[in-house]
Design a protein around this ligand. Structure first.
Ligand code: DGL
Length: 292
């Protein structure tokens, strides 16, 4: 395995357990076409949503370290599961490491909550996510911090990320799974449904067919893009450190072909060159080979 630390600086990195973060990268690239982005999907270990807090923290930390060492200035955790259970702990940990103290780790739950509150009329919201995300209560807490009068019903949907990782989003199984989970909202009139999992936009049409047209379904990609632009407007020192050559690099911990095939159902950018990384004995991700 070659080490690929090249001391490059200035990228915005997007991390997810698997292919879900591509639904965020798509909108970041669309709204910020000049910037350089790195993407890492930990496909070998996805999904994270049914794992323990300790394991999610460990996997997320290894992934962030890899992205920083590859030159990211900012890592966006485009994984609600990681944002929900690992964000604060890892922000503090990396901040206290001299090598990384000026780097930023951004979660996606707070910006989603802000946007949802700005856009609900009835103040009655539904949240769906992985078991770990919903169990953490992170999304509900952020919503209520902004407006304590909101009514929020959160429903874990543990099967859905698996279905997307298996490429089964347009099947009877997916429709039945969505019907089963959405039935938990039958006695609650929500006007907004937050997809608090970046895998779920792959299932948006199926979810829409179950909820009907009256519910505003919020997916996070467009929200994160708007909020990232706003963040960089407010943090000019960081913005000035970002490189702008419109370059996108993609990394996966397993099966580049799979990331390419499944990811292309949503991501419109070039997925031909996906690099594979693996864990070294010291628990660090290093480059295994380069695909095409
Ligand atoms: N994309 C991840 C998220 O937003 C979910 C998938 C997983 O369980 O790893 O939570």
């Amino acid at each position: 395995m070659d080490n690929i630390n090249k001391n490059k600086t200035g990228k915005i990195a997007v991390f997810d357990s698997g292919i879900g973060g591509l639904t965020v990268l798509e909108h970041l690239v669309r709204e910020m076409p000049n910037y350089d982005f790195d993407y890492f999907g930990d496909v070998a270990r996805a999904p994270y949503g049914d794992r323990s807090v300790e394991t999610i923290i460990e996997f997320t930390e290894q992934s962030i370290r890899f992205l920083f060492e590859e030159g990211a200035e900012i890592v966006i955790l485009a994984c609600n599961t990681s944002s929900a259970v690992a964000l604060k702990y890892l922000q503090n940990k990396f901040l206290s490491t001299p090598k990384f103290k000026n780097k930023k780790i951004l979660g996606i739950i707070r910006p989603t909550a802000e946007f949802a509150v700005e856009n609900t009329n009835a103040k009655s919201l539904g949240v769906i996510g992985t078991a770990a995300t919903i169990k953490s209560g992170a999304c509900k807490k952020e919503l209520l911090k902004i407006d304590k009068d909101l009514s929020v019903l959160s429903v874990p949907c543990p099967l859905l990320a698996h279905l997307v990782e298996e490429g089964l989003e347009d099947t009877e199984i997916a429709i039945n799974a969505c019907k089963m989970y959405m039935s938990k909202f039958d006695n609650t009139l929500i006007d907004t449904l937050i997809l608090s999992c970046t895998h779920y936009p792959f299932l948006k049409n199926v979810i829409r067919s179950v909820t009907g047209q009256d519910v505003n379904i919020l997916e996070q990609g467009p929200i994160v893009a708007i909020k990232t632009i706003d963040y960089l407007d407010r943090n000019r020192d960081i913005e000035l450190r970002l490189s702008k050559k419109s370059k996108i690099r993609l990394f996966t911990s397993d099966q580049p072909e799979r990331l390419r095939k499944l990811g292309s159902k949503y991501f419109t950018g070039d997925l031909t060159n996906i690099r594979k990384v693996g864990l070294s004995d010291g628990g660090r991700f290093v480059l295994v080979n380069k695909c095409r």
